[in-house]
Design a protein around this ligand. Sequence first.
Ligand SMILES: NC(=O)c1ccc[n+]([C@@H]2O[C@H](COP(=O)([O-])OP(=O)(O)OC[C@H]3O[C@@H](n4cnc5c(N)ncnc54)[C@H](O)[C@@H]3O)[C@@H](O)[C@H]2O)c1
Length: 334
Amino acid sequence: MPHNMLLTGAAGFIGSHLAQRMLDAGWRVTGLDSLNDYYDVALKEARRDLLLRAPGFRFVHAKVEEPGLLRDLMATEHPDVVVHLAAQAGVRYSIDNPRAYVEANLLGTFELLEAARATPPRHMLLASTSSVYGANTAMPYAEADKADMPMSFYAATKKANEAITHSYAHLYGLPMTMFRFFTVYGPWGRPDMALFKFTANILQGAPIDVYNMGDMRRDFTYVDDLVEGIVRLVDVIPGSRAAVEGDSLSPVAPWRVVNIGNGAPVQLLDFIRAIEAATGRRAILNMMPMQAGDVPATWADSTLLNRLTDYRPQTDIAEGVARFVAWYRDYHGI
Ligand SMILES: NC(=O)c1ccc[n+]([C@@H]2O[C@H](COP(=O)([O-])OP(=O)(O)OC[C@H]3O[C@@H](n4cnc5c(N)ncnc54)[C@H](O)[C@@H]3O)[C@@H](O)[C@H]2O)c1
């Protein structure tokens, strides 16, 4: 019998890469997505259509927070593994549209947990974010650090998910891993993220908005590296073996949180130079102040990921950006 994954957010950036990887490995994947219009729906449909070429892929067009929908789906599908990536993402959008985060991130995760309580999978893995480190200044960010000062409502809903999943893991013995992703980028990426916007504007000769006057650092993670980390963690079921050094494994539940980041922060201006090199064009910089809700730097401590999976993300920024730009030109025919 092939393995069977339920993947929410399957038409999303990360979800579509993960789905393809699992299908290539012979898994059956049920991918759920609302295809909402937070960004270009045609891009989400194009990702989904590629996945539909694989006979092992089934698409469900629905919202995660629809009452009882996930419960019924899991009762029919009996997935071995559930990966929950569907969410309202984005720090800036959460300032004007906080309700979208309550619905997708809080109610949606609650519906999934209730479904898992009725039909327990072998392992559930859910997306959190480096944004939960919020106002922390000690770098690199480690899972064992306190992370109680979210700077945006987006981060607050993800932090709440970490607490809520822990309670279900404890009460119902459901093994769960929460990922803290650090600025993921690559082909088929998100139009609301800097790499996409910068590339589009640089290719058009339009200026790009550079926040905090360029004094920003991000730990960028190439999407194939991130997917490799996720795939390896699928088999690292919390509670099935003893904690490793520096583990975030809960003492009372089969639950842990794991950073997936490169562990090598890049200055924003160096990032822009990499896009200039890949496009062969000069960027016009529009220097701007810091944006509300944003943080000046992120830096992942990837020791725990490495101890658990023997893996460390490795794609460097020049190579990853070049692959994105090649995809961008091909997709847009420019
Ligand atoms: N990309 C990053 O840098 C990054 C960093 C940290 C955390 N994350 C998290 O990783 C996950 C995936 O992110 P992504 O970059 O692929 O984003 P994405 O927006 O491309 O993918 C999310 C998908 O979920 C779907 N979705 C949204 N709300 C839904 C709902 N209520 N019901 C069903 N589907 C819904 C969207 O249509 C979208 O296709 C998210 O949980 C995000 O918060 C991403």
